[in-house]
Write a protein that binds this ligand. Structure first.
Ligand SMILES: C[S@@+](CC[C@H](N)C(=O)[O-])C[C@H]1O[C@@H](n2cnc3c(N)ncnc32)[C@H](O)[C@@H]1O
Length: 155
């Protein structure tokens, strides 16, 4: 496991939280606020229990390989190295895609697809989220990233 931010318990918790499970649910209040704003139509990384939209893809569908069309996407991806692929897919999506991801501002994917990019808005979350299915708050900061399609409907 890759150390993420510090020594001791924080580092261990971060590694466990990030890698051991991939199905941490989006906090309902946060999802509802975003859904009121964007009206999502597709959750491309989900399972039968935790999908946030009527239309969704599961691991066996592999949402990364699916055509997202012009859907309005909410994406809380499985954490780990694969995040980069989800960020790239949202960046290239021909519609609005809103991601909930760890605020890892030192990563390649943050700089390649998010930081100072046109059509991308970042909302850093104050405090730490308590994800669905988790006993404690996350040991890392989170952010909501909004990717707007080329026609620029939001900004
Ligand atoms: C962090 S959870 C998010 C769950 C839910 N969409 C939410 O926002 O609360 C990520 C979900 O993606 C699913 N998943 C993992 N790999 C996937 C893939 N390649 N394609 C689609 N879903 C995948 C996991 O099973 C898990 O349910």
């Amino acid at each position: 496991m890759r150390p993420v931010c510090a020594i001791g318990d924080t580092m261990i918790n971060d590694a466990i939280f990030s890698s051991a499970r991939t199905d941490w649910g989006t906090p309902k209040k946060l999802f509802d606020e975003l859904d009121n704003e964007f009206h999502f139509t597709l959750d491309p990384c989900a399972n039968e229990q935790n999908h946030k939209c009527a239309k969704y893809f599961t691991e066996s569908d592999n949402g990364l390989l699916q055509d997202w069309g012009h859907e309005t996407v909410f994406c809380n991806p499985p954490y780990g190295r694969q995040i980069e692929h989800w960020v790239a897919k949202c960046y290239e999506h021909a519609g609005i895609a809103v991601m909930l991801i760890p605020a890892r501002t030192d990563t390649k994917w943050f700089h390649d697809y998010i930081y100072k990019k046109d059509r991308v808005e970042v909302r850093f979350i104050r405090g730490r989220l308590k994800f669905g299915g988790a006993k404690n708050s996350a040991p890392f900061p989170s952010m909501v990233v909004i990717f707007v399609d080329a026609s620029g409907k939001v900004f």
